[in-house]
Design a protein around this ligand. Structure first.
Ligand SMILES: C[S@@+](CC[C@H](N)C(=O)[O-])C[C@H]1O[C@@H](n2cnc3c(N)ncnc32)[C@H](O)[C@@H]1O
Length: 264
């Protein structure tokens, strides 16, 4: 680290932005001028997650971290959030880890959206960079817990950066997730396609569902809507119908899976 820039072993220089993150996104990973979630989507996600309606999901991340840290000896564990969005989950872990574990935990988050990373870096201590799941700029076998929260996994990259005792933790929408909203937006709600088949390089060691109901007011509903792909997939009429509600009760149905490298 050179005060305001990082220099790699090949002599390439990367400036540390004023907000405390580094842009390590290679030109090959940039399929558009402004990849990933837009500034508006990031702001909407921050507003929605700020309501704490997804707190049970953040608590589940914390529980997994505490269980892992208590089991694994060593001075340090590295937690990485791949596609970290605006940093809600790592921030929750940082704020709520017991003191002895907080000292041990090194937090790393990245996202392909610079807006998301700017937001994360401002709110939470840790190492933040703009980067892609396809080429994660981390040393091989350096990550203990890799969170993929509603993201776009790249299993070969995940496998490369995971430590031999490391764990991949995925949160994905279950069949009933936000079903009431989907039924309002779409004339025919398609059942979700079969659950992910993991590559043979990973073994599923635990799977559970987190389900509960939340009742949103119109502002919260708008933020939720703006942060999801429904915003782009729905017709103007579907969008209007969804946003017409003063209040709406929605099911949260999230599948939490823990996977380890098959070689472990
Ligand atoms: C559905 S959002 C989830 C954000 C966050 N994990 C959360 O749950 O709040 C998906 C995120 O993945 C990011 N993303 C999309 N493609 C990516 C890639 N190839 N590598 C890293 N992040 C990516 C988007 O910018 C967005 O922030």
């Amino acid at each position: 680290m050179d005060g305001v820039s990082l220099v790699c072993e090949h002599g390439h220089c990367f400036d540390v932005a004023r907000q405390g993150y580094v842009n390590l996104l290679g030109p090959k990973d940039k399929r558009s001028k402004d990849p990933g979630d837009s500034k508006d989507m990031v702001l909407a996600r921050a507003a929605f997650l700020g309501t704490e309606f997804y707190r049970p999901l953040a608590d589940a991340c914390l529980d997994i971290t505490v269980a892992y840290s208590s089991r694994v000896a060593g001075d340090q564990i590295t937690l990485m959030d791949a596609g970290c969005g605006e940093g809600y989950y790592l921030h929750h872990i940082q704020e709520n880890l017991p003191n002895n574990l907080r000292k041990k935990a090194e937090l790393v988050g990245f996202d392909i959206s610079k807006w998301a990373v700017q937001h994360s870096a401002k709110r939470c201590d840790g190492t933040w960079f703009v980067g892609s799941n396809r080429h994660i700029p981390m040393t091989d076998a350096s990550v203990d817990i890799l969170f993929d929260m509603f993201g776009f996994p790249d299993y070969s990259s995940f496998l490369r950066v995971l430590a031999p005792n490391g764990k991949l933790v995925r949160f994905t929408p279950g069949d009933s997730h936000l079903i009431e909203l989907r039924e309002i937006i779409y004339p025919n709600v398609k059942p979700r396609s079969e659950r992910t088949k993991y590559p043979e390089t990973f073994r599923l060691v635990s799977a559970k569902r987190i389900t509960y109901e939340m009742t949103l007011g119109s502002g919260e509903l708008k933020s939720l809507f703006l942060m999801t792909p429904h915003m782009f997939r729905s017709t103007p009429e579907g969008r209007q119908q969804a946003l017409n509600h003063d209040q709406l009760s929605l099911t949260v149905d999230v599948v939490v899976e823990e996977l380890i490298p098959t070689t472990a």
